[in-house]
Ligand binder design. Structure first.
Ligand code: MN
Length: 485
C-alpha cells in the first residue's frame, strides 16, 4: 500500500468536506510535533500511524471532529498533552473522542482480572456514549493489523485473536462489512498462516478461471439495464478468504459455496432493484431456495444491511450469486452506520446515534445487559455469549427471517417474535415436527409457536432454558408480577 502523507489525506478530504481542512492541518501539526521523537516498530516515524488512521476515517467520509481525533488518538497516552489542552485548542468533542479512544486501552475477554473486566465493559459500553469512539478504534485496529508483520509472532497471534473476538463483531454490528472482512482476512493470515496461503492461492485460481464467465454475465445484464434506462454499476466480487475458510470448516466443498463468486449490481432506486431481479431471472436459471429479499421491511437484517440476493447458474453452469441494491444501500452495506457521514452529511452524528438506539438490535441488547448486571464479570460474560458469538437464522411460518445468538432455544425465539404472546406458549413446531421448549435452534429452522389463553404461563425453568437476556428478563418480570397478584 502507498505511504499516506498529509497531502494525500488533504486531497481526499477535499473531495467531500473542504471546510474541514484547516482544522485537520492543525491537528496534524500538533500530532506531528508531539510524536516527533517516536518511531514505529517498522522504523517509520510514528506520525504515519495516526495519519493512516485519519485516512481510513476519511475514506468513510468522517466529519471534522472525528478526523482531528483520529490524528490525535494516541497523543494522550503516548505524549505529555492533557485532555484540557486538546479541548482548548480544538473543542470539547475532539477532546472527548480522543479521551474515549485512550480509555479503551485494552479489552480482554479471557481475563478474569477485575481491572481487565472493568476495561472491557468500558470499551463495550462506550458505543452508547458516542459511536464515533468505536469507529476511530476500528480504524486504529485496522491500521495496526495491516502493519502487524513488524510485531513479534506472539503479539501477532494475540492481536489477531482479539480482533476476531471483539473487533470483527463490533464492525459487523455497526454494519461496516468492508472493515469486517479485511480484519477477518488479516487475522486469519496470522492465526492459520498455512491455511491462509492455501486458500489465497485457490481463490486466485478460481478468480482467474471464472473471469470470462463473470464478465460475460456483467456485460449481458448491463446491456439490458441500459436498454431500459436504469442507471447502474456492476462489480465482481469474490468471498473473502476468512469467509471461505469458515465454510470449508463447516464441511462444505469449495465449489458448493454458493456465494463464492458474486456480481454486485447497483441501481438508482428500489423499484429498479426488482426490475433488475426480473432481468437476471430472465437470463439465468435461479436456484430457487437461494433467493433472499433483505430489502422489504420485515426481512431487514438487524445491522441494516439491505439487498436482494439471488443465486443463478451462469455460463458453464457456474454458480454465481447476484446482489442487487441501490447506490445508497451499497454505501450502507460497505460502511454500515458510518455511511451516514456521507448520506446524512451535517446531521450524521445525531442520526447515527439515534439509529443505533432505535434500530440496531445489538445496541438494544447491550443496553439491556448493561442495565441488568452490576458485576463486571457477569456483564462481560453475557455480552460474550449473547453478542460476540455467531448467530443462527430461523424462519417464521410466513417466511420472516429471525436472527438469534447461537444456542438460542424455542423460548428465546418466542419472546423475540412476540413478547406478549410468548407467555401463553403451549406448543412449538420445527419444520412441522413438535419439539420441546429447550430445543436448540438450527439455521433455516421454520418455527411455529402455538399459544393458548389457558396456558399456565412461564415458569422458572423457562428462565433457565432461555439463553438471551431479553427473554430471561421478560419471563422474570412476568413471574414476579404474578406473585404480586
Ligand atoms: Mn493507535
Amino acid at each position: 500500500m502507498n505511504q499516506i502523507t498529509i497531502e494525500s489525506l488533504i486531497n481526499l478530504i477535499k473531495t467531500y468536506n473542504p471546510d474541514a481542512i484547516p482544522q485537520v492541518k492543525k491537528a496534524y501539526e500538533l500530532a506531528n510535533h508531539l510524536h516527533k521523537d517516536q518511531y514505529r516498530q517498522s522504523g517509520e516515524p510514528y506520525i504515519i500511524h495516526p495519519l493512516s488512521v485519519a485516512y481510513i476515517l476519511a475514506e468513510m467520509h468522517a466529519d471534522c471532529d472525528t478526523l482531528c481525533a483520529g490524528l490525535l488518538h494516541d497523543t494522550l497516552e503516548d505524549t505529555n498533552i492533557k485532555k484540557e489542552e486538546i479541548e482548548e485548542l480544538f473543542n470539547k468533542n475532539v477532546a472527548t473522542l480522543v479521551d474515549g479512544v485512550t480509555k479503551l486501552a485494552k479489552m480482554n475477554f479471557s481475563s478474569k482480572q477485575e481491572q481487565n473486566l472493568a476495561n472491557t465493559r468500558k470499551i463495550i459500553t462506550s458505543i452508547t456514549e458516542d459511536v464515533r469512539i468505536i469507529i476511530i478504534k476500528l480504524a486504529d485496529r485496522l491500521h495496526n493489523m495491516r502493519t502487524l508483520e513488524y510485531k513479534s509472532s506472539f503479539k501477532q497471534k494475540e492481536n489477531s485473536l482479539e480482533t476476531i473476538e471483539i473487533f470483527v463483531p463490533l464492525a459487523y454490528y455497526i454494519g461496516a462489512y468492508r472493515i469486517k472482512s479485511e480484519l477477518e482476512d488479516l487475522s486469519l493470515r496470522y492465526l492459520k498462516p498455512d491455511a491462509y496461503k492455501g486458500l489465497e492461492e485457490q481463490k486466485r485460481v478460481i478468480e482467474e478461471e471464472s473471469k470470462d464467465c463473470l464478465q460475460e454475465m456483467l456485460y449481458k445484464i448491463q446491456i439490458l439495464l441500459n436498454d431500459r434506462n436504469i442507471p447502474n454499476e456492476i462489480k465482481v466480487r469474490t468471498k473473502n478468504i476468512y469467509g471461505i475458510y469458515k465454510r470449508l470448516e463447516q464441511g462444505n466443498k469449495l465449489h458448493d459455496i454458493h456465494d463464492l463468486l458474486a456480481l454486485k449490481i447497483m441501481v438508482d432506486e428500489v423499484e429498479n432493484c426488482y426490475r433488475t431481479l426480473g432481468i437476471i431471472h430472465m437470463l439465468y436459471n435461479p436456484i430457487n431456495h437461494r433467493f433472499k429479499d433483505y430489502i422489504c421491511e420485515r426481512n431487514r437484517k438487524t445491522n441494516m444491511y439491505q439487498s436482494l440476493h439471488t443465486t443463478v447458474f451462469g455460463p458453464d453452469e457456474r454458480i454465481v450469486q447476484t446482489q442487487i441494491r441501490t447506490f445508497d444501500m451499497d454505501k450502507t452495506a460497505s460502511f454500515g452506520l458510518t455511511a451516514y457521514w456521507d448520506i446524512k452529511k451535517g446531521e450524521a452524528r445525531y442520526t447515527m446515534q439515534k439509529e443505533l438506539t432505535n434500530k440496531f438490535q445489538f445496541f438494544k441488547s447491550l443496553t439491556e445487559i448493561n442495565n441488568i448486571f452490576t458485576d463486571n464479570y457477569d456483564f462481560v460474560n453475557q455480552v460474550k455469549t449473547e453478542l460476540f458469538t455467531n448467530n443462527v437464522y430461523a424462519y417464521t411460518p410466513s417466511g420472516i427471517i429471525i436472527e438469534l445468538p447461537l444456542g438460542s432455544t424455542i423460548i428465546d425465539y418466542a419472546y423475540k417474535i412476540d413478547p406478549e404472546n410468548a407467555h401463553n406458549m403451549v406448543d412449538a413446531y420445527v419444520n412441522d415436527e413438535p419439539v420441546a421448549f429447550d430445543y436448540e435452534i438450527k439455521n433455516k429452522d421454520r418455527i411455529k409457536i402455538v399459544t393458548s389463553k389457558l396456558s399456565p404461563g412461564p415458569t422458572e425453568e423457562w428462565q433457565t432454558t432461555a439463553k438471551t437476556i431479553y427473554a430471561k428478563t421478560k419471563i422474570k418480570s412476568h413471574i414476579e408480577s404474578r406473585k404480586i397478584v
